[in-house]
Design a protein around this ligand. Structure first.
Ligand SMILES: [Zn+2]
Length: 80
């Protein structure tokens, strides 16, 4: 069956001559594949945007942490 929600078409039989990749087809045709990719793109873009924001937070947290660690090491060395 076609992987696009709402489409009940059967897939072409696998192993048909002319298929370039070895991956099994997910969609019954180019129209369904394009529609499914269009529907999926905003979620992917949103996930990437959130991942980018998270890595920014992590980087600034890491910078703060290493600054604290440097100060701590310095104080430790001074106490010796
Ligand atoms: Zn389809």
């Amino acid at each position: 069956m076609c992987a696009r929600s709402g489409c009940a078409n059967r897939l072409e039989s696998p192993g048909r001559a002319g298929r370039r990749s070895g991956r099994p087809a997910l969609y019954c045709g180019d129209a369904c594949r394009a529609a499914a990719h269009r529907a999926r793109t905003p979620a992917v873009t949103d996930a990437l945007r959130r991942a980018g924001a998270l890595s920014g937070d992590l980087l600034s947290a890491g910078e703060q942490w290493s600054a604290h660690l440097a100060a701590f090491t310095e104080a430790l060395n001074a106490a010796r």
